[in-house]
Ligand binder design. Structure first.
Ligand code: ADE
Length: 225
């Protein structure tokens, strides 16, 4: 899968994309992530990428030209399945959205800033608008990093154990059960006996029961309650 990220702060991605699972996915060639600095495409002397909003004093708005030029350049090189704008007024992202996006071949992620982007970008290029939650970030970069992380880990072959993504919270529509590792007794805090019993059926029933208990307590909305 190839992900092209359009941003005015490419350095913000150095951390999240150069460690752990995303790093490994890139090294294995399972995910290609390309960062594009929007400012480099600005065709004005001072490399401006924003200007005042017409009609009201809402603040600065990202200009059409630099963004349009990057998108058109990329689209002339290959076909894209989606051109996604990260914005708090987009549709709310969730695990099923991550599953769907992880099956695509090429996507563009556009990170907004200031008061937003010129509406004409949305009208003419954007095919999907996504919010990662009902709160406002100072830009789309962190949202794009979160989206990318949640998608890339689902690409087959990225996680060592193919089943581990399947046991994530949300994949079954419920939260995940508690997990324990050695020692079985730490300062008298014991791992539940059933997990040491070796009885797979009983263990699975217990795990399901615990997962449901947690979901009912924390996220009754997931159970339609
Ligand atoms: N940009 C600013 N806030 C955002 C959010 N909640 N989701 C996606 N992009 C954003």
């Amino acid at each position: 899968m190839r992900i092209d990220i359009l941003t005015i702060f490419p350095e913000m991605f150095d951390g999240p994309f150069n460690h752990s699972i995303i790093k490994r996915a890139r090294e294995k060639g399972l995910a290609e992530i390309h960062l594009h600095d929007i400012r480099r495409y600005a065709n004005n002397k001072h490399k401006r990428v924003d200007d005042y909003a017409y009609g009201h004093g809402a603040g600065m708005v990202m200009m059409v030209q630099p963004i349009a030029d990057v998108i058109e350049k990329l689209q002339s090189e290959r076909d894209y399945d989606e051109v996604i704008f990260l914005t708090p007024d987009g549709s709310l992202f969730n695990q099923s959205g991550a599953n769907q996006l992880s099956t695509l071949s090429n996507i563009i992620l556009l990170c907004g800033h200031y008061k937003g982007i010129d509406e004409r970008i949305r009208e003419h290029y954007i095919t999907m608008e996504i919010s990662i939650g009902d709160y406002v970030l100072s830009g789309g970069e962190l949202a794009a990093a979160i989206l990318t992380d949640s998608i890339v880990r689902l690409i087959p072959g990225v996680l060592g154990d193919e089943t581990s993504a399947l046991s994530d919270s949300f994949q079954d529509g419920i939260l995940s059960p508690p997990v324990y590792t050695r020692p079985a007794d730490y300062k008298g805090w014991k791992v539940p006996d059933i997990l040491l019993s070796g009885d797979e059926k009983k263990i699975n029933n217990w795990l399901l029961e615990k997962a449901l208990e947690k979901t009912r307590e924390r996220r009754p909305d997931m159970l339609g309650e």
